[in-house]
Design a binder for this molecule. Structure first.
Ligand code: HEM
Length: 455
């Protein structure tokens, strides 16, 4: 047994431990996890605070109580990112913030953090404002659009132009839009394949994946090389990465490290924000009262203007709408940790290399943590009501040293896009469209056709 750390709970707490029901010989809970993971995982808090699952021969633990989740996320040394999913992500992402181990992660985070400093946000917000306006102008009344695709294209343009502000951005956007969906899809397939054999098959899907990955690496190499020729700070994310200096050691990121961080930011920042925005429009389309309240705020605050950085503090309701959408459909619905040493959780001894599943989705849909959890109620985020939300129950951006580095960037981007688009357009679902959350790399809505009408 390892020594108890400050983050570990006293053993006196009366934790409930359970084995997940429905386990089959050999495969364990693999079928439930493959078919309906969100429903299956959300059913487990009823059984215990810490629930053990079997995925094939491997054990995995799902903490269902927010205190246990905090204990894990706030102790990144013992509960490091890791396991098979991370190993499969390494050839794609290299050694960046997501794939680095605990010790190196701290150095990397010190070097990447300045790129997300609040002083840089107004410049990024200009890109968000410009691209949201371009999007809002492109739609035609009555002509259905796939809001998932549209939001993906918007966040790809925003992230690429925030990263690279030079002329190369145009070419980069086209390449990213072509390659990223192929990479995300392929990475998910590989992550789900316990044998590791799928990636080695000489099939068209793998060839497309390899080609997309090669193209992305080539693009990023070319851009980093271009930027290195002059070491100017262009005010964009890439300049911030290239000029960052570690305050503790004076060290900098080398070209390969910058490359890996760029790939990481593209993969972590585009799909997540796009899924969340698509879900938000879906929810608004089905909740006319919430939509009317949002429109009232937008009309009052913006009065026909495009939303910008300075408007954000006044867009309270818009923010609550997006916050509530992130509760119902958290894009990062599941992430993993692996114990680096023997430790104790909820009074159980966990051996080293135990896999832990952290699921914001499970917390956010637990009726013990959120009253009437399936209802879309932005006002649950009113200051006087947030006291009902217990600490650690709401984790769309994670917590601790691995908390999303792009949380403020993503919230700013989403608020500006939502406000700009919703101030001009009302979106309604195409009749008879069935929407089913797809818990893949991010919790996406899949194709989501909606019909815009002018406001
Ligand atoms: C609504 C949008 C977003 C959501 C819901 C989201 C969610 C998350 C979550 C939950 C984590 C932590 C995962 C873990 O603990 O294992 C994370 C990490 C990360 N996110 Fe985000 N994210 C969003 C937007 C962004 C954006 C816009 C960027 C960059 C432009 C970004 C970059 C990253 C990076 C680099 C990490 C790894 C941080 C680290 O380990 O130090 N994310 N994100």
């Amino acid at each position: 047994m390892g020594t108890r750390t400050a983050h570990q709970q006293p053993a006196t707490h009366d934790w409930r431990f359970a084995a997940a029901p429905g386990r089959l010989p050999l495969i364990g809970h693999a079928v439930q996890m493959a078919r309906r993971p969100t429903e299956f995982l959300s059913s487990l808090p009823a059984h215990g605070d810490l629930v053990e699952l079997r995925l094939g021969p491997n054990r995995a633990f799902l903490p269902c109580h927010p205190d246990l989740v905090q204990q894990i996320l706030l102790n990144a040394r013992v509960y490091d990112t890791g396991g098979p999913v991370k190993e499969k992500a390494r050839p794609i992402l290299g050694n960046g913030l997501i794939t680095s181990d605990w010790a190196d992660h701290r150095r990397q985070r010190r070097l990447v953090q300045p790129a997300f400093h609040t002083a840089r946000l107004p410049a990024y917000a200009e890109v968000m404002q410009y691209e949201s306006e371009v999007e809002a102008r492109a739609w035609e009344a009555g002509r259905a659009i796939d809001i998932s695709n549209t939001m993906q294209a918007l966040t790809a343009r925003v992230t690429a132009r925030a990263l690279f502000s030079t002329d190369i951005a145009g070419k980069a956007v086209a390449e990213i839009q072509h390659c990223l969906p192929v990479i995300v899809h392929g990475a998910y397939r590989q992550a789900m394949d316990p044998t590791g054999l799928f990636a080695k098959l000489p099939i068209a899907a793998n060839r497309r994946f390899d080609e997309a990955l090669t193209r992305m690496h080539r693009l990023i190499n070319q851009i980093v090389e271009d930027y290195r020729r002059t070491d100017d700070d262009r005010g964009d994310l890439l300049s911030a990465l290239l000029t960052a200096e570690d305050p503790e050691t004076g060290g900098r990121l080398d070209d390969q490290e910058v490359h890996d961080q760029v790939m990481t930011l593209l993969l972590a920042g585009i799909e997540t924000t796009a899924s969340a925005l698509a879900w938000t429009f879906h929810l608004l389309g089905r909740n006319p009262k919430v939509e009317a309240a949002l429109h009232a705020e937008l009309d009052e605050v913006l009065d026909g203007r495009v939303a910008g950085y300075a408007d954000i503090p006044d867009l309270d309701y818009s923010r609550r709408v997006f916050t509530e959408s992130l509760r119902l459909y958290p894009p990062a619905w599941l992430y993993t940790r692996t114990t680096t040493e023997a430790t104790e959780l909820a009074g159980r001894e966990l051996p080293p290399n135990s896999d832990i599943l952290v699921s914001p989705y499970v917390l956010h849909h637990n009726p013990a943590l959120f009253k009437d959890p399936e209802s879309f109620d932005p006002d649950r985020w009113l200051p006087e009501r947030t006291k009902d939300v217990s600490r650690g129950s709401y984790l769309p951006f994670g917590a601790g040293s691995r908390k999303c580095i792009g949380d403020v960037f993503g919230m700013t981007e989403a608020t500006i896009a939502l406000a700009t688009i919703a101030s001009r357009w009302r979106l309604r679902p195409v009749p008879n469209t069935k929407v089913r959350p797809r818990p893949h790399m991010s919790l996406s809505a899949g194709p989501l056709p909606m019909i815009p009408s002018r406001r």
